[in-house]
Ligand binder design. Structure first.
Ligand code: GLC
Length: 805
């Protein structure tokens, strides 16, 4: 709680803009050195470097030669050789790649970027700094500018009019619109104006920075408190192109094991072995699908990581055996704080080998967290990271394949809430102060964890969940959005938050379903579970002493709703898993803001209460209590109500009927959706064949397609070709009928597969079905009431089926 003193004039933490005194000045010389172009200015120099044709790096520097080493955000082999030309034209310096060119005014350093069509897409306004080297960089915005990305931020989808800080922070409360910083810092924004090319801007600086899209009408400003101005500017033209190009250099979402995409249940804490088993047995008894249970901090011996509390968990191996038998994975929490205890082997090893973070003078930084006074591993040092990673064998030996990293901002119970700024991270001989590299701590912890688990699991894919992160975290971990509350407002806010995380490269993310702290009502859990079924990371978690939040804690109706929607997620898993593969390959997120798929639609730039699940489903959650209907905006095209089959022409809003057991859900005509039979866990085998559903009625102008990906869901065998990638196609021929085709782009599973194809709505019984490609139709039936055509086939290579109506 603050009093009015918070707005005292001339207070010390005044956030008003300061006047900065220095700028680059006149450019007096241009040097070309090893693929870079260096502009020497009166007061500072700027180096330009095309990472590839579509991506320009620009760095301000003060000495003779620039330091072009990047932070761990950037993947090592991202750079591609690019032909760069430098010329002087109309008094300007022009630096070109085959796809874009930079135009610099040498009189007063200024930068404009044009694409291959000569369209201006970026215009710098000022690059300035003061005597303390606080840097400000401004670029043009217009009255029609929209901003996306910026990672995990509160507020609405479009970040125009907002100002955010990048400083990883443990914020137990409040998560409200003026909370500047949360656990993740992704200093990447996407700028979009209707009718113009979108672009991306990444500031690769893991220290404190702010992005201000609020203060000025004509510009936005990036302010840096320490470290360097190192910018990456990504050409579009579409928002999807920008996200793809951004993830080309910061990495794609790791391919998780399939179980990590299932439903997950957590609690701070399941207190002992019996309670864990009881929860697992209850899920199976009640027929609610679930793949993962979590162990929060109480499983440890006085919160010492890599230990068990032997009273609460006397026989972990026995517990694990029963969990495996029931089809569960177990994910324990691992925080970075190592208890300062001379009798504790992890502390001893860390001290002896110099693996903990230290001050320049040599003292180990000690801060208070759950275990009391603790030391913190220095993950910037490869040896320390490897040591930490290898200790995860402790969990692997018990049969554990997933780890939950928390408190890794790092959170410390002191005034600054984190590690002292003057801690010096060793960084393999290129030391950095904590002030400069704060935002990397969580990423480097998850990297060490992921890599250690991967080494130890010999062939199985690990799952890592993290609270803190920086650009590139998607390569190593899944992000959950921290300590939200059981507030309807927090459910609503999680939508734009997860959508913007997706546009910031982080496709595998989600909030605690039901809300972490405070006390959930049954209605909230029902509505949040309905939505969560479509969010990439799907975990119900709640705080100690709050009302219990498992799906069966609120009576039969809420339990039935949770069972139904969690079950729906499991049935849609082949579709969802294919979207994960797409994110893993291209960077395009699983949950998509409407603006990503309908960039010309002026109604969608700030839609915060609906989202697309892939491109085929439109999800419109109910996020207020007592609400039984809502308006849903359907973009252009034809949409079907998923529950009733009612057809709607898009480009307008419809009123959806939404009693408690129904969340408005629409599927687009032309959609192709692979499905599977209901399972209680990912590993459960069933004899029922998979199904591919085709929704016809898109008008027939275009062919629709879907890339359907399958592999063993557990190992890295897919990397050596053991996967199947099929491209399904649907073509509607006016009057005559339909063509359904399947192209096998790759078949490393080499097995014939029985499949059901469901095509709907089909107006009348087809006259004939014929197939080419050697795959025979086994049987087909048409049901006039549901207007569904069902075809059984046994497929093992490309084929085409013509349906004559
Ligand atoms: C932090 C985490 C929360 C966890 C708790 C105890 O608050 O964000 O998820 O349950 O610590 O470990």
């Amino acid at each position: 709680m603050l009093t009015s003193e918070a707005i005292l004039p001339d207070r010390p933490n005044d956030k008003r803009e300061k006047t900065l005194s220095s700028s680059v000045g006149r450019i007096y010389r241009t040097d070309r050195i090893e693929g870079t172009v260096i502009l020497r200015g009166e007061r500072a120099n700027v180096v330009f470097c095309f990472i590839n044709e579509q991506l320009l790096r620009m760095k301000l520097f003060f000495g003779e030669t620039p330091d072009l080493r990047s932070t761990p955000a950037i993947v090592d082999d991202a750079a591609q050789p690019t032909t760069v030309e430098v010329e002087e034209k109309d008094g300007h310096i022009v630096i070109s790649s085959p796809a874009m060119h930079a135009v610099i005014d040498p009189e007063r350093f200024s930068l404009r970027l044009f694409n291959g069509n000569g369209e201006l897409w970026f215009e710098e306004l000022a690059t300035e700094w003061d005597e303390k080297n606080k840097i400000a960089f401004s670029a043009v915005k217009s009255s029609d500018s929209h901003f996306y990305g910026l990672g995990e931020k509160t507020g609405f989808l479009d970040k125009n009019g907002e100002r955010y800080e990048m400083w990883n922070s443990d914020v137990y409360e409040p998560h409200v619109q003026d909370t500047d910083a949360l656990y993740q810092s992704i200093p990447f924004l996407i700028h979009y104006e209707y009718g113009k090319p979108a672009y991306g801007l990444l500031l690769d600086n893991p220290g404190r920075a702010t992005f201000d899209m609020r203060t000025h009408e004509d510009r936005y400003t990036v302010n840096i408190a320490s470290g360097e101005l190192d910018l990456f500017l990504f050409n579009g033209p579409s928002i999807k192109d920008v996200v793809k190009r951004f993830t080309d250099i910061t990495g794609k979402t790791y391919m998780p094991p399939k179980w990590a995409i299932g439903y997950q249940q957590s609690r701070y804490s399941y207190m002992n072995q019996e309670e864990v088993l009881d929860i697992a047995r209850t899920f199976r008894k009640k027929g609610i699908p679930c793949d993962v249970l979590y162990l929060d901090i109480h499983y440890m011996d006085e919160y010492r990581v890599f230990t068990w509390d032997s009273k609460r968990f006397p026989k972990p191996l026995e517990m694990m055996a029963e969990l495996k038998e029931l089809g569960f994975e177990l994910v324990p929490i691992v925080d970075p704080g190592v208890k300062k205890d001379p009798k504790y082997h992890i502390y001893q090893e860390g001290v002896k080998n110099g693996y903990f973070c230290r001050k320049l003078e040599g003292d180990i930084f000690i801060g208070k967290v759950w275990p009391g006074l603790s030391a913190f591993p220095d993950f910037t040092d490869d040896a320390a990271a490897e040591w930490w990673g290898d200790h995860h064998r402790f969990y692997i030996e018990q049969g554990i394949n997933g780890i939950w990293n928390d408190m890794n901002e790092p959170s410390v119970f002191n005034d600054s809430k984190t590690m002292d700024p003057d801690v010096v991270h060793a960084n393999n001989g290129n030391p950095k102060t904590h002030e400069e590299w704060h935002n990397l701590y969580g990423l480097l912890m998850s990297k060490a964890t992921f890599e250690g688990m991967k080494r130890g699991l010999s062939g199985d894919r690990p799952f890592v969940l993290t609270r803190a992160g920086y650009t590139g975290i998607q390569r190593y971990a899944t992000v959950w959005t921290g300590d939200n509350r059981s507030f309807w407002e927090h459910m609503a806010m999680s939508i734009p938050m997860v959508l913007n995380l997706g546009m910031s490269g982080i496709a595998f993310a989600g909030p605690d379903v039901g809300g972490f702290s405070h006390h959930a009502s049954g209605e909230l859990v029902a509505r949040w579970t309905q939505m969560g079924a479509f969010v990439p990371f799907f975990r119900n978690h709640s705080v100690i002493e709050s009302r219990r939040q498992e799906p069966w804690m609120f009576g039969d109706q809420v339990e039935a709703i949770c069972r139904e929607y969690i079950g729906l997620r499991y049935r849609l898993m082949p579709y969802l898993y294919s979207l994960f593969y797409e994110a893993h390959k291209t960077g395009v997120p699983i949950l998509r803001a409407l603006i990503m798929e309908y960039p010309e639609d002026r109604a969608v730039y700030n839609v915060c209460d609906q989202f697309l699940f892939g491109s085929s489903f439109l999800v419109a959650p109910i996020y207020r209590p007592g609400v039984q209907s809502r308006s849903v905006y359907l973009p252009e095209g034809v949409w079907y109500d998923y529950w009733t089959g009612e057809k709607h022409e898009g480009g307008k809003s419809v009123l959806a009927h939404a009693p408690l057991d129904t969340m408005p859900l629409y599927v687009k005509a032309g959609a192709i959706v692979p499905e599977q039979a209901l399972r209680q866990s990912m590993g459960e085998q069933t004899d029922e064949p998979d199904r591919v559903r085709f929704y016809v009625g898109s008008g027939g102008a275009d062919e629709n397609s879907f890339a359907h990906y399958e592999d063993d869901g557990r190992t890295y065998a897919y990397e050596s070709g053991q996967y199947r990638l099929r491209n399904w196609r649907l073509r509607e021929l006016s009057e005559e009928g339909l063509i359904i085709a399947c192209d096998y782009a790759h078949d490393g599973l080499n097995s014939a597969q029985k499949l059901l194809l469901t095509i709907e709505p089909v107006a009348s019984k087809p006259e004939e079905l014929s197939s080419t490609g050697g795959t025979e139709v086994d049987t087909w039936v048409y049901d006039g009431d549901s207007r569904r055509l069902q075809v059984s086939i046994t497929a093992n290579h490309s084929f085409e089926i013509r349906i004559r109506l």
